[in-house]
Each structure stands twice: as structure tokens, then as C-alpha cells.
Design a protein around this ligand. Structure first.
Ligand SMILES: Cc1cc2nc3c(=O)[nH]c(=O)nc-3n(C[C@H](O)[C@H](O)[C@H](O)COP(=O)(O)O)c2cc1C
Length: 404
């Protein structure tokens, strides 16, 4: 348990709230950034796809750095997640991880057609015998409580859930994370927290609730539907409001200054770039303890961290208004911005910022929208934008295409 989570955080609340695994999002650089915005109690890596040939023995040093050389340098715990179909292959990669962490999580929920097509992710839920054999295989290869499962409520319908739950309830796993939607739902509709509650009544291990926590109000409402739970993860809600973990701890919405917002996004850009271009320089800063405490909503702390990272990457301090990073790093800034803007006052939803060619253009347009040099920005969840983040439109579009 990290320094912060065993002291201040647990005194504030008994709930343990983590950053959900998100493929394409929760890589090391992003996890570090979330530790600075509002420090979740724990984070999960995105799934690492494991096949017979990949990865062969070693995983990339940045995949789960928090549990290897850089252990104890963070204010959050890390759960590595693997995805595969063969317990034997998963054992090969899980074994070195397990010498550094108490359990690994196994993805049985990814709905992507490519993943399901190879019978991994939520494809494992399609036939209950397949799922049962898979879980038994993992248990005999990895051992009791050496793995956890993250799954959906079914493949096509919630009616499959009781059978799937029976299989996991009998397994000796360390925890079950339930995203209570089916594979067919993808991210549309609402997560069924009554099923999460049902799981908590059937299982002797902890259940982690997942789905639709977007602010303190929704957290209160959903957690009341599953009153036995004290562990939760937040995915899209954290993209829409990266300060959500603070909101939940303090039970009130968060306001940040425009300077904090732009400096934090510039920090995000540099973190992405450092991981790719010079991870050793980043590791040196981490080892020095620069990520042990959080910048939170404090302008000076963000400025200090940005300064150090800018020096590490460029050998100099580059003001945010002049910052330029590689396309791939800037694309990640846009990805965060695309979600974050929905929590800001409505004028920030306008699309020109997403069309910026580089970070300095983005910073210029952002400050232009602010009108004054210093303004305060309330971060508020707005239900009217849910459709953007549920993929509902794409889904309907796909259905339409299938019928045409
Ligand atoms: C972009 C994206 C990527 C995701 N990648 C993963 C993943 O790698 N592993 C996993 O178990 N779940 C993944 N999920 C599912 C989330 O962890 C979470 O269970 C789901 O989004 C519901 O929670 P939310 O409403 O808080 O987003 C992903 C979700 C999103 C939106």
C-alpha cells in the first residue's frame, strides 16, 4: 500500500476508488498524470494481450513500472491486467509479475470485434463451459488468489449472468470486477448495479463495481444500490473529469483555474513524450520522489512539475504557450481534451480546439476562449453529453449499416 493511500486517503473514507483499465489511455504516462490531478487509490494497466508468441518472457519496462524497479515511488497501487485465451500463455507472463505483486487481473470483458473474434475478452463469456474451463485452468496454473477477473454481465443478455456468476463464485480468485453491461451493450444503456449487488451477495471475495460513475451524485446513487461494496473503478468519468477522485473524497465538486488546466495538459503532453523518447529520464524523476505527492488544483505545484519535466525532455524550460510535442503525444492531449471539455462551461465544447495542429496553437485557442488571463473553471458532469462517450451513435450507425 502506498504512503498516501495508507494514511490520509483511508482516513477520509473507507471506499477504495481506482482508475479503470482503459486500452489506449491508462498507460504509464497517463497513470502518472492522474496521480497528479486527483490520485486514485489504485490504477489498472490496460489489457496486455498475451498469445503463444507475445510477449515472449519480458514485458516492456513501462508496462507496469510501478510494481518493478519503481515500487514505492507512487501515491497509488497498480494492478496489471492481462488478456488471453490460454492459461498456459497467461502463466508465462503472469509469473514474473506475481513475484512483484499479489495478483494479476484477467480481462474477460473487452467487447472489441477483433478481440471477441479470437475468443478473448468478453468472447470467453459466450459459452459457459469455455469460461468455466478457462477459470479452472488459471486456478491450477496461477494458484489460489493469484488472479482476479474483470468481466461483463453476459455476452448477449443478462440472463447469462447467474450461470457465469456461479462459475466465478466457486473460483478461488482475489476479486471480481464487474462492469454490469453485456458484450452486446458495449458502452450503451446503463450499467445494472443490481447485478453488482447480486455478485456481492454470492461471492466470498471482494467485488469491484464498474459502470457510469461520473460524479459524487452518481457515485452515491450507484453505491447505494450495491451497499456491500467498498471498491469501485472509474473509467470514462475520470476522462471527463480528471479531478473526480478529489470530488469523491471531498464529496463536493471541484473548481480549477484555467492556468492549472493548461499547465496540467502541457504536463500530460510531456509525460507522453518522455515515456516514448527518454523513459530513463522520467524514471530518474520518479525515483527522486517527484510523483509521491499530488499537484491537485495547485497552480504552483503544477508549474514546478511542468518545469522539471520540460527540463528533462528539452534540457530547458519551454513555456506552455510555445510547447510543441510529437503528433502522437499531442493526439493523446486531444483525446483527453475531447472528454474533459464536456465538464467545462459549454463554450469549451466548440470544436476548433480539437482541430489545433500543435500544442501551442491549442494553448493559444484555449486562452482565447478564457477571455481573461485568470478564470476559475467549475468541473461538472453534464448528462446531455453522455451519448458522445457511450459510442451510442456509432453503434446505431453500425446497426443501420448491417440492415442496409
Ligand atoms: C476507451 C476504453 C478502453 C477500455 N479498455 C479496457 C481495458 O483495457 N481493460 C478492461 O478491463 N476494461 C476496459 N475498458 C472498460 C472500463 O474499464 C470500464 O469497465 C467501463 O468503461 C465502464 O466504466 P465507466 O462507465 O466508468 O467508463 C475500457 C473502456 C474504455 C472507455
Amino acid at each position: 500500500m502506498s504512503v498516501l493511500s495508507s494514511t490520509s486517503k483511508n482516513n477520509i473514507s473507507n471506499n477504495i476508488i481506482g482508475l479503470a483499465p482503459m486500452e489506449g489511455v491508462t498507460c504509464l504516462a497517463s497513470r502518472l498524470w492522474f496521480s497528479q490531478t486527483s490520485y486514485p487509490d489504485f490504477a489498472m494497466t490496460p489489457f496486455l494481450r498475451v498469445t503463444r508468441d507475445y510477449p515472449w518472457k519480458r514485458v516492456a519496462s513501462t508496462y507496469a513500472a510501478e510494481i518493478f524497479d519503481l515500487k514505492k515511488c507512487f501515491n497509488y497501487d497498480l494492478i496489471p491486467q492481462l488478456m488471453g485465451t490460454s492459461p498456459e500463455d497467461l502463466e508465462r507472463i503472469a509469473t514474473p509479475l506475481l513475484s512483484n505483486t499479489s495478483f494479476v487481473d484477467i480481462n474477460c470483458g473487452c467487447p472489441s470485434p477483433k478481440v471477441v473474434g479470437s475468443h478473448a475478452g468478453s468472447g470467453l463469456l459466450e459459452k459457459s463451459e469455455v469460461f468455466s474451463n478457462f477459470v479452472n485452468g488459471l486456478e491450477s496454473r496461477l494458484g489460489e488468489k493469484k488472479f482476479s477477473i474483470k468481466m461483463r454481465s453476459g455476452f448477449t443478455s443478462d440472463e447469462e449472468f447467474p450461470e457465469l456468476l456461479k462459475i466465478v463464485a466457486h473460483a478461488k480468485i482475489s476479486q471480481l470486477t464487474l462492469h454490469a453491461r453485456t458484450r452486446k451493450d458495449r458502452y450503451t444503456g446503463k450499467a445494472r448495479w443490481n447485478l453488482i449487488h447480486a455478485a456481492s451477495q454470492e461471492c466470498s471475495f471482494p467485488i469491484v463495481g464498474s459502470g457510469d460513475i461520473t460524479d459524487f451524485k452518481s457515485f452515491q446513487k450507484l453505491s447505494q444500490q450495491a451497499p456491500n461494496l467498498n471498491k469501485f473503478i472509474i473509467g470514462r468519468g475520470a476522462l471527463r473529469n480528471p479531478w473526480i477522485f478529489k470530488e469523491l473524497r471531498e464529496k463536493t465538486s471541484v473548481t480549477i483555474s484555467n492556468q492549472v488546466l493548461i499547465t496540467s495538459l502541457a504536463t500530460f503532453a510531456i509525460l507522453q513524450e518522455l515515456v516514448v523518447r527518454d523513459s530513463q529520464k522520467l524514471f530518474n524523476l520518479i525515483e527522486r520522489g517527484d510523483f509521491l505527492s499530488s499537484c491537485d488544483t495547485n497552480e504552483e505545484r503544477w508549474e514546478n512539475l511542468y518545469h522539471k519535466l520540460s527540463n528533462a525532455l528539452f534540457g530547458d524550460y519551454i513555456p506552455t504557450a510555445k510547447l510543441n510535442v510529437e503528433r502522437a503525444s499531442f493526439a493523446r492531449v486531444k483525446m483527453i481534451w475531447n472528454s474533459l471539455r464536456s465538464s467545462l462551461p459549454e463554450k469549451f465544447m466548440e470544436p476548433t480546439l480539437l482541430r489545433s495542429a500543435c500544442f501551442s496553437d491549442f494553448a493559444h485557442s484555449f486562452m482565447g476562449l478564457c477571455e481573461k488571463k485568470e478564470i476559475l473553471l467549475p468541473l461538472e458532469y453534464k448528462e446531455q453529453f453522455d451519448w458522445i462517450y457511450s459510442g451510442a451513435k456509432n453503434h446505431e450507425h453500425e446497426n443501420q449499416q448491417r440492415h442496409n
